[in-house]
Design a protein around this ligand. Structure first.
Ligand SMILES: Nc1ncnc2c1ncn2[C@@H]1O[C@H](COP(=O)(O)OP(=O)(O)OP(=O)(O)O)[C@@H](O)[C@H]1O
Length: 301
């Protein structure tokens, strides 16, 4: 079942087409990556989903239909620009934000106490927000995002100011929320986090969808350009269709030219009498796919 359906949305600011017929669906209980280079249109897309902006055309369904006020309390949003009230104590600030989300005072106080303890912020609860470090403020904002137990969680760069220990804690938390059936949309430029966490993703560039689907499928689709071979002995000096050879621990990584199929390389090696211990198509990292799409010819898929 889809928690979010985005259908052919467009948005123009002045002369710039910022979102250009973007469509995707986010399923209940998944962590979904919303990716793209700076200025690609991710935040604008999120703002359209949250009904902060109206699209010029296209439709969005959230939690089973159009957005309304009641649904806004079923969503938790960690925006890119962090903003907590700076001149009040952390505890007062979080309680205030929880009340805005409709929690009763005792329930808000209980949940905030638990979260502060989990995030190692409990001893800092009486400090003014402005006296907290950037990472602490980010954790505090994450508490505010989740305090009302939202069904749909949208987090924009959730790891940006966090050290490795806190990064791990937030990753665990996002996984737990997924286990509890929550739906998570995550924007990040950190591709290894996407590889670790996301079930599916969409990649936007210049407002257009360039990639959409599950991570494994995407990596396989881009897989045919590199082969890992371990020959018993040397490789032939001349390998047609190979533009570059890198030494890998136990063998060689062959970078194929654009229209060369791995089978053609295998056939050639066998014909040359090369005995192989290993021959496999190497899956690219998401980082490599991202760079290829964003810097190269990259037509929408
Ligand atoms: N309110 C606005 N008025 C005019 N232009 C805007 C507005 N909001 C965003 N833009 C422009 O739209 C484009 C997309 O911006 P957006 O914030 O959606 O990108 P993004 O993918 O979130 O980028 P980043 O990764 O840098 O946060 C940018 O060129 C930006 O300058």
């Amino acid at each position: 079942m889809s928690t979010v359906k985005v259908n052919q949305i467009t948005k123009r600011f002045g002369n710039q087409q910022v979102v250009d017929h973007v469509s995707f669906e986010v399923q209940r209980g998944e962590i979904f990556g919303l990716l793209g280079p700076n200025g690609a249109g991710k935040t604008t897309t999120i703002r359209i989903i949250l009904d902060i902006f109206k699209p010029d055309s296209g439709e969005v369904e959230v939690l089973g239909g159009p957005m309304n006020e009641e649904k806004k309390n079923r969503i938790g949003y960690l925006p890119e620009e962090r903003g907590l009230y700076q001149d009040i104590s952390l505890e007062v600030c979080l309680n205030y934000l929880a009340r805005l989300k409709g929690l009763k005072p005792t329930e808000a106080a209980h949940r905030i106490e638990q979260s502060l303890k989990r995030f190692d912020l409990y001893e800092h609860r009486k400090k003014k927000v402005k006296a907290l470090s950037k990472g602490m403020q980010q954790k505090a904002q994450l508490i505010a995002t989740l305090v009302h137990d939202p069904e749909l969680i949208i987090v924009d760069e959730p790891f940006s100011a966090l050290d490795p220990v806190n990064t791990q804690m937030v990753k665990d938390l996002l996984r737990e929320e997924r286990e509890r059936g929550k739906t998570i949309i995550m924007c990040t430029h950190q591709m290894h986090q996407v590889e670790e966490l996301c079930d599916r993703l969409v990649l936007i560039n210049h407002g257009k969808v360039m990639l959409y689907g599950d991570l494994d499928g995407i990596r396989r689709r881009y897989a045919a350009r590199k082969i890992l071979v371990c020959p018993l002995g040397d490789l032939p000096a001349d390998l047609p269709g190979v533009q570059r050879i890198e030494r890998e621990n136990s063998g060689y990584l062959l970078h194929l030219t654009e229209h060369t199929h791995p089978q053609a390389i295998l056939k050639h090696l066998v014909e040359q009498g090369v005995a192989l211990e290993r021959f496999e198509v190497a899956l690219p990292t998401l980082d490599e796919i991202f760079i290829q799409i964003v810097t190269a010819r990259g037509e929408p898929l």
